[in-house]
Design a binder for this molecule. Structure first.
Ligand SMILES: *[C@@H]1O[C@H](CO)[C@@H](O)[C@H](O)[C@H]1NC(C)=O
Ligand SMILES: *[C@@H]1O[C@H](CO)[C@@H](O)[C@H](O)[C@H]1NC(C)=O
Ligand SMILES: *[C@@H]1O[C@H](CO)[C@@H](O)[C@H](O)[C@H]1NC(C)=O
Length: 333
């Protein structure tokens, strides 16, 4: 939890909380506002927002990462619209959406994802693999609580000191350590996945010091990729934009309220429902639609959720705290 903002969130929630724990009611309230986003409830009535708390959890220790120096770019060099997928088309991890399963692994997925993008960009597209969120999830929390919540600083420092191997999606047989937790149903649509909210949270996988994918040709000891430094940026939309333009996607942490689970499309901002926890996500770009400024952000609830796994959220107003604590790493190239 981000301490300086704790009060503002708690006060906010106390005033605004309707104690709604019903997706249909929430979706109806959002859609009745005719705002910049639309909601959709696709869950049966026994599935409730509070059941999804097991997907949320990020630990932070503000001050541990070095604050990024002001960018040398002029404000006029920040484009009005920017999409890292189009800027660096060879870096396919930027457009890739993962599924955390029923585990609060957002912190590991957003860190490994942002670092994969940054490494590819730093190497001018010559390295394109997805790095292993599994390794971060299993190995960089001394207490084995990765599926309950994990530290973004630990994750970035792990990449800096230890390095991170290649990975892939569940059962993808790609990379040295692919993700070991099965996808789950985040949207009530695809019944081939087990339901996320009514099953127990998955256990944190065991830390293994070899490649778990037997078909992988690389060697564990030689497969590690490191950063030369890790950084943070606080609540400054322009500095965040300059960093993305220069070196690619960054990690952000946001407060999740129940209405976020009903997000279907458009530019999200909080409307109604309880605060459920924090989620780490990956900001890849920005734009403006009908006069509303937004960020383009990757979540890790598979491609059935939101805008094919991405969402847009209001930019420049620190919506849900998303601009308040940005982090990233600079790859060794
Ligand atoms: C912008 O306006 C168009 C046309 O009215 C509408 O379809 C779209 O949903 C609007 N977008 C937002 C983010 O409000
Ligand atoms: C980066 O890659 C592109 C496409 O392969 C190539 O045209 C360009 O020269 C490369 N730039 C550098 C600095 O190596
Ligand atoms: C459901 O998920 C499975 C497994 O990823 C996929 O093959 C299938 O196309 C999905 N079905 C729908 C309706 O999205």
């Amino acid at each position: 939890m981000i301490l300086p903002l704790l009060c503002s969130v708690l006060c906010f929630v106390t005033i605004n909380s309707y104690q709604l724990d019903n997706f249909q009611l929430i979706a109806d309230i959002v859609n009745s506002k005719k705002t910049t986003w639309t909601a959709e409830n696709t869950f049966p009535s026994h599935i409730t927002p509070s059941g999804f708390k097991t997907l949320l959890g990020v630990k932070t220790a503000i001050g541990r990462l070095q604050v990024m120096k002001k960018s040398p770019l002029a404000d006029s060099e920040v484009p009005l619209e920017f999409d890292s997928r189009k800027q660096w088309p060879r870096c396919v991890t930027i457009g890739h959406i993962q599924d955390q399963g029923n585990c609060a692994a957002g912190w590991a997925i957003a860190t490994a994802g942002a670092f994969s993008d940054r490494l590819c960009i730093g190497r001018n597209g010559s390295y394109r693999a997805l790095l292993s969120s599994e390794q971060l999830l299993a190995c960089c929390d001394g207490f084995g609580q990765g599926c309950q919540s994990g530290s973004v600083e630990d994750a970035w420092e792990f990449i800096q000191t230890h390095g991170i191997v290649s990975g892939g999606d569940y059962k993808s047989e790609r990379g040295c350590q692919p993700y070991e937790i099965e996808p789950c149903n985040h949207r009530g649509k695809n019944l081939t996945f087990p339901d996320c909210s009514t099953q127990p949270q998955r256990k944190t996988p065991r830390c293994i010091r070899r490649c778990t994918n037997r078909n992988y040709e690389g060697r564990y000891n030689k497969d590690h990729h490191k950063s030369v430094s890790s950084f943070s940026i606080f609540d400054d939309a322009i500095e965040i934009q300059k960093e993305i333009v220069s070196r690619g996607p960054v990690e952000a942490i946001m407060y999740i309220f129940s209405d976020f689970f009903t997000y279907k499309s458009g530019i999200y901002h909080y409307i109604t429902g309880e605060y459920l926890g924090d989620q780490a996500v990956r900001i890849i770009g920005w734009g403006t639609e009908n006069g509303t400024d937004f960020w383009i952000v990757a979540n890790s609830w598979n491609t059935e959720w939101g805008e094919a796994g991405f969402f847009r959220i209001k930019r420049g107003i620190n919506a849900c705290g998303i601009e308040s604590y940005i982090s990233g790493g600079i790859p060794e190239v």
